[in-house]
Design a protein around this ligand. Structure first.
Ligand SMILES: Cc1cc2nc3c(=O)[nH]c(=O)nc-3n(C[C@H](O)[C@H](O)[C@H](O)COP(=O)(O)OP(=O)(O)OC[C@H]3O[C@@H](n4cnc5c(N)ncnc54)[C@H](O)[C@@H]3O)c2cc1C
Length: 326
């Protein structure tokens, strides 16, 4: 059996990343639970379980839902939540979470508490074992975890969420007792800036993304880039240097520590192509680089490259678009 830790958003809907993990668990159930008694998929929801989430879990083919709700589990606490998962984890099979910060943290605790090994950033599973991405997605390695229970996280976008014939999941309600020592580390307050400030959905769902890096030159150098974003009806994505310098907010960062994007086209302007940035654009269908350095990794990896000053190049492109649109 495979137990999937499910994250929900503020409105109680199943997070897209968890839907990916549930689909992965269902489509690989035979492999993940090869030595288990049952090849089913069970979902663990900590905190409120809404009707919408229950319906979504059914549509994603979940056989059983474990709903864990107590006052001690209300605020996120990695040790307490992990122990609650360990208590309901199968003896054989797999425990899986999507590779979000929370999923990563929880699975690490689960692995330690069960004495099992953990495989992070898994992208595929078959009879030969697991395939996982390393070096920010630049390479892959095969591995066999061994042990009775496989503790895994799924790399972002490794699997498209897919609904199936809806199930009628049994719901098991648990009120586990939490040891005081497991509550020493817990979230005591969450501050949300504003919905807009934290929203990366425009970036992750855009069909066209214009990326801007240090080559833009300064906080005031984004004029042409933003105009191009506007013409394309796309989104702006930036490198970590740009967010680190405070030129743009972190929500716009693309890469290993930013958003992973899958646009039809990514136009990287003044971005060198560091491995951590490339990790975020692996899923782009077409890559266009605009850079003064023809030796840069971005230019070398691009499908099309324009060697030149980005302000001049994008300025000319914008002018052409304006002229053609009258
Ligand atoms: C743990 C860790 C996590 C990280 N996570 C991320 C991440 O999520 N995302 C990320 O982006 N980075 C990340 N980084 C940082 C990463 O290693 C690079 O430092 C960063 O991506 C470089 O940003 P850049 O390409 O904008 O700047 P640079 O590397 O300085 O490149 C600037 C580029 O602009 C070009 N250029 C300069 N002037 C012009 C011009 N006028 N016109 C056209 N081209 C020009 C240059 O030729 C160069 O190629 C991470 C690093 C670490 C250690």
């Amino acid at each position: 059996m495979t137990l999937v830790f499910v994250e929900t958003d503020e409105s109680g809907q199943v997070a897209l990343t968890s839907a990916e993990a549930l689909t992965f668990a269902r489509t690989n159930a035979d492999v993940l639970a090869a030595d288990s008694f049952s090849a089913g998929v069970e979902a663990a929801v900590i905190g409120a379980l809404t009707e919408a989430a229950t319906e979504q879990l059914a549509a994603l083919g979940v056989d059983r839902i474990h709903h864990l709700e107590t006052a001690d589990l209300e605020a996120y606490s990695a040790p307490a939540w992990a122990q609650a998962l360990v208590d309901i984890a199968p003896e054989t099979g797999a425990v899986l979470a999507s590779g979000t910060p929370r999923g990563m943290e929880l699975m690490t605790h689960v692995a330690v508490r069960t004495g099992e090994r953990m495989a992070a950033n898994v992208v595929a599973a078959d009879e030969e074992g697991l395939l996982r991405q390393v070096l920010g997605g630049a390479a892959f390695e095969r591995l066999q975890v061994g042990g009775d229970l496989q503790v895994l996280t799924l790399a972002g976008h490794a699997c498209n969420p897919e609904e199936t014939t809806p199930t009628t999941p049994e719901i098991f309600t648990h009120s586990p007792e939490t040891a005081a020592e497991d509550l020493r580390v817990r979230v005591v307050r969450t501050e949300v800036e504003t919905a807009d400030d934290n929203d990366t959905s425009g970036l992750t769902q855009a069909r066209a993304v214009v990326g801007a890096g240090r080559g833009v030159g300064s906080e005031n150098g984004f004029g042409e880039v933003l105009e191009l974003v506007d013409h394309l009806g796309g989104a702006l994505g930036v490198s970590r240097v740009v967010t680190g310098l405070g030129w743009r907010p972190h929500t716009e960062q693309v890469g290993q520590t930013g958003s992973r994007i899958t646009p039809d086209v990514y136009i990287a302007c003044g971005i060198s192509g560091a491995i951590q940035h490339m990790a975020g654009i692996e899923g782009a269908k077409t890559l266009i680089a605009i850079n003064t350095d023809e030796e840069s990794t971005m230019v070398q990896r691009a499908d099309y490259a324009i060697i030149g000053d980005l302000h001049e190049v994008i300025g000319a492109v914008n002018e052409e678009i304006r002229n053609r649109r009258g």
